[in-house]
Design a protein around this ligand. Structure first.
Ligand code: MG
Length: 280
């Protein structure tokens, strides 16, 4: 199944689709977090109301219950390019995964703007990532059991202000500005993928392919991430984990090339879809 949050008649509604084309409203859920906690639906209800063309697709989880958990430097080729940009910020040995988080007051969906923060940010960058959505509270989960805790997957653009990320040492602020976490277009349930999913992940800027990899290249895999984190913290249902970005971000280019107003950023993940946003 594919789950969407849509705006219809000025209200946010949850919707479901089996094919990604025909969407149906699910009035029994108050929002996506409610739907996740209750396990979604096993089939599209016979009396479901079809979504018309007058609706707009939002981020599947516009208001995450908690900060988004993120992996840093989790693709080998991205480690090389990040170290080249700033070895002080990104270099060194990493025997364990890097975890950090993003505050997300509001996640915008497809076609929404990414604010450029002219005057505050001089190095706006994109990071296309596979987002893992936890489906039930997870504590002390063994790697071999991790798949049972995954509700589904989405696309996350972990937008980053490199100047803020590096000057404040901690990455939190430079990752957490309002509008820095577009997600979408939907959550595809875990049963639609083998585990772990090995699917194409790419990002285009103004139509030019910048990132092109496969989630099979993750350094810390999804099961390992869930197992390590849940050993010490409960991952509540609805938790979003951004699993890290492949090489090809703007800071990795020679010379570094950052986003400007008007640029179109399109994140694509095989089997999920496309998340396209415009820098404004
Ligand atoms: Mg990232």
């Amino acid at each position: 199944m594919r789950y969407y949050t849509i705006e219809k008649d000025g209200a946010e509604r949850t919707a479901v689709s089996a094919d990604g084309k025909n969407l149906y409203i699910l009035p029994q859920f108050s929002d996506m977090n409610d739907l996740i906690c209750r396990g979604g639906v096993s089939e599209i209800p016979e009396d479901a109301q079809a979504v018309g063309p007058d609706s707009k697709i939002l981020s599947p989880i516009p208001r995450p219950k908690q900060d988004v958990l993120c992996l840093g430097i989790n693709y080998a080729a991205h480690a090389v390019e990040a170290d080249r940009f700033s070895s002080e910020a990104f270099g060194g040995d990493r025997p364990y995964p890097i975890f950090f988080s993003k505050r997300v007051n509001y996640s915008q969906g497809p076609d929404a703007g990414i604010p450029s923060y002219r005057g505050l940010v001089d190095s706006l960058d994109y990071e296309c990532e596979l987002g893992v959505i936890i489906g039930k509270d997870a504590k002390n989960v063994k790697m071999e059991d991790a798949a049972e805790y995954i509700f589904g997957y989405t696309i996350v653009n972990d937008v980053s202000a490199r100047n803020l990320q590096t000057r404040h040492k901690q990455w939190y602020f430079g990752k957490s500005l309002d509008g820095f976490t577009p997600m979408g277009p939907c959550i595809v349930t875990a049963d639609e993928f083998s585990f772990p999913p090995k699917i194409g992940i790419s990002c285009l800027v103004n139509g030019e392919v910048r990132q092109d990899s496969n989630t099979g290249n993750l350094i810390a895999g999804i099961a390992e991430i869930i197992s390590i984190l849940s050993e010490g913290m409960t991952l509540q249902a609805g938790t979003i984990i951004a699993t890290g970005t492949p090489s090809g971000v703007g800071m990795g280019m020679t010379p570094p090339t950052f986003l400007n107003e008007g640029d179109v950023v399109e994140c694509r993940i095989e089997g999920i879809g496309s998340l396209r946003n415009i820098v404004c």
